[in-house]
Design a protein around this ligand. Structure first.
Ligand code: WT7
Length: 683
């Protein structure tokens, strides 16, 4: 997505603390640190490890600068992670082995003989130390109604939810589906599961009943926690109705807990229980279950290029350590900060940087339930002023939207509390970066672009820019692989963005399908983790993310497999073929373009079919998956072996009609001509 001309050079800085945990990822054997992250001198490495990691630097005083720390983390990986593991987490039984990996079977284990409890690490230990510190600030849909929850209060909520779940028969290892708006009870439910060793599976509350049902079924969840309804951006979201429609498809669900989230009176069916009431009836806190380090903590579904969404399995200690460490380092987190990540808890960003990272560090985290434009385009910054937010973490798609409303919506609010502005989920374009830096941050804050994935558990690459010269994307570190799986270091090289060693936060498997895990991430490039993204190394050695190499698209920072949308559209009785591709969109980053062929006997008017298809995608997936453009053609361009030429359709969807590349393998050149003609006729 980034053409070389789209950005100026990006320089790294030490402005937010010299913290590049991602650099700890490439393996020592493949290259030197200098090769890996290029010009070390740019990092003014001397002050790089002064304050952020006293847990390491106190123990290893010989590590004087960043590159020494980096090399140490590779050379003595177990010492490095082992030290952090025992310092940052609280254990019931300490581990004796730091890592044990079996690359042949893609089985990775961290701290595997240690025992701990995730909820104790997030809440109880802080409640013991500083019970009255605010853990959560719930920023509801209407501004000015925020609610604060202290560590002591959160602890009580967690054990009450844990009690409710235990009484309903949930025990360690069972899966609990969560379909809730961003709220304290959602956090308490996640941690309530963790307290008893149950595995939570949060499903974004914008997903349809169908999508919720398939995730419940795949996870084998027997309990669902939802709310009657919520309001977002002033719009009512009927969660309970959707949950009911989903549960009707899931015979395995025996109990549904409904939180009275909005003031309407609760109406409960036979299998539904008032969660609030059940929580107040709990008499005693169930003791925290002592879990193995490698026991699963949660499932999170994400889209792949083929097939149904995959349930990534994150396990306990490694994930927690990685979330805690990256939260601290990348955002320069300090006690007293108010951390404002505006992501929904239904995504990995919400898991790692709304819930786990900030709470593990004993911090105060904001739960943002509204939208960037409710009641107006100043909402984020009004919230920053009122809550005195110190780190703001959001998505480029929202920044692009807000900058169109002009600077006044920003400038009328006091943003002097802000130190760090984070960006996540998609490339941040130069205009958005500048506005974020100049206007929102007053040229005073650090903008940090963070690259990572649901699979990685936490931030892998981050890029900070001190001067107003940014644009483009991350600089980085991980390895660029050629098609043979050999890392390439030449400037100008493009390749697959890979990671050459195993870090603690990596998802351990795909629920119920370890083979798919192996095939997706480890089979493409021998010995490397393949991210699915491509990257280019520039002439100074920095890597730039160029976008997905597979059939995954990114709509407003939401990941979507084109095959998922195609599968839904193919269900339509009058559709015979579909090809869905992404095309650039000024606000959403990418939007969906669907090419369709109808069956010979199709008689309905095209606009009717298109409306039905939109409805059906919304019904089966979610609103953001609905194609923005549809083109119905008599045939799609195919190769002689019968494969749809997606590359060509992608070019057409982008409007690159002159630049269709090699069309010599086309079976029927006339098909392209017709598609082009129809494209030109589109409104
Ligand atoms: C995909 C992962 C990580 C939390 C949110 C998304 C794209 C993510 C960046 C960035 C360019 C980015 C990649 C990646 N992506 N961050 N800073 N610059 N691209 O998690 O849904 O698992 O999606 O998002 O393509 O593979 P996800």
């Amino acid at each position: 997505r980034y053409s070389p001309s789209s950005g100026l050079r990006i320089f790294s800085s030490t402005a937010i603390g010299p913290t590049f945990p991602q650099f700890l990822l490439a393996s020592a054997s493949t290259c030197t640190s200098a090769q890996r992250f290029s010009t070390t001198s740019k990092y003014s490495s001397e002050n790089i490890i002064s304050s952020p990691l006293p847990e390491i630097t106190n123990k290893f005083p010989q590590l004087k600068n960043y590159s020494q720390l980096y090399d140490f983390s590779l050379r003595e990986s177990d010492q490095f992670w082992g030290t952090l593991g025992s310092e940052l987490l609280q254990w019931n039984e300490p581990f004796t082995t730091v890592s044990r990996h079996d690359h042949k079977s893609s089985t990775f284990r961290w701290f595997h003989d240690g025992k701990l409890n995730a909820a104790v690490n997030c809440v109880d230990r802080h409640a013991a130390e500083h019970p009255d510190r605010v853990a959560l600030i719930w920023e509801r849909d209407e501004p000015g109604h925020e609610q604060r929850v202290t560590y002591r209060e959160l602890q009580e909520m967690v054990w009450r939810v844990a009690g409710v779940l235990t009484e309903s028969g949930v025990s360690a290892g069972d899966r609990v589906a969560i379909y809730l708006p961003v709220s304290p009870v959602a956090v308490a439910t996640m941690l309530g599961c963790a307290r008893i060793g149950a595995v939570h599976s949060v499903v974004f509350a914008g997903f349809s009943a169908q999508a919720l049902a398939s995730r419940i079924q795949d996870a084998g969840a027997s309990v669902l926690v939802t709310a009657n309804s919520s309001t977002r951006g002033g719009r009512l979201i009927p969660l309970q109705a959707t949950a009911r429609a989903a549960v009707a498809l899931c015979p395995g669900v025996r109990q549904v807990f409904v939180m009275p989230h909005s003031p309407q009176p609760l109406e409960l069916a036979d299998n539904e229980v008032d969660l609030e009431r059940a929580m107040s009836a709990v008499q005693t806190a169930p003791p925290p279950s002592v879990q193995g380090a490698e026991d699963p903590l949660f499932l999170l579904y994400t889209s792949g290029s083929t097939g149904k969404p995959k349930g990534l399995v994150h396990t306990t200690a490694g994930y927690l350590l990685y979330a805690a460490l990256t939260h601290r380092l990348v955002f320069d987190y300090k006690p007293g900060d108010v951390f404002g990540c505006v992501a929904d808890i239904g995504w990995i960003t919400g898991h790692s940087y709304v819930v786990y990272g900030p709470l593990l560090n004993g911090g105060t985290t904001v739960l943002f339930e509204s939208t960037p434009v409710h009641p107006d385009a100043g909402r984020y910054w009004e919230t920053v002023e009122r809550l005195r937010i110190t780190q703001f973490y959001g998505a480029p798609t929202a920044i692009r939207l807000l900058l169109r409303f002009g600077d006044d919506f920003v400038k009328k609010y006091d943003r002097s509390s802000l130190r760090v502005l984070g960006s996540v989920g998609e490339p941040i374009n130069s205009e958005a970066w500048r506005w974020y830096y100049d206007v929102v941050g007053d040229g005073r804050c650090t903008v940090v672009d963070t690259w990572w994935q649901s699979e990685t558990g936490g931030i892998m690459i981050h890029m900070t820019v001190p001067q107003r010269r940014g644009s483009g994307t991350v600089l980085c570190c991980a390895v660029l692989s050629d098609s043979q799986g050999k890392p390439v270091y030449d400037s100008g090289a493009t390749g697959a963005l890979c990671v050459s060693s195993i870090w603690p936060g990596i998802a351990r498997t795909i629920h119920g399908d370890h083979q798919r895990y192996h095939d997706t991430y480890f089979a493409p490039y021998a010995g490397l983790y393949f991210s699915g993204d491509g990257a280019r190394r520039d002439d100074e050695g920095y890597l730039h993310i160029t976008g997905r190499m597979d059939d995954v698209i990114n709509v407003s920072g939401h990941r979507l497999g084109t095959a998922e949308v195609e599968d839904v559209m193919m269900e339509h009785p009058e559709v015979s073929e579909t090809a869905v591709v992404g095309c650039p969109h000024a606000l959403k980053g990418e939007t969906i373009f669907a090419f369709l062929v109808l069956k010979e006997n199709s008689a309905s008017p095209q606009h009717k079919i298109e409306t039905e298809l939109r409805e059906s995608v919304k019904h089966n997936i979610a609103s953001y998956a609905v194609p923005e453009f549809m083109l119905i053609a008599p045939a799609l361009p195919k190769t002689r072996s019968g494969k749809i030429m997606r590359r060509l359709l992608r070019q057409i969807a982008k409007g690159n009609l002159e630049d269709l590349g090699d069309t010599s393998t086309l079976a029927d050149p006339a098909a392209v001509e017709t598609v082009l003609k129809l494209y030109r006729q589109m409104p």
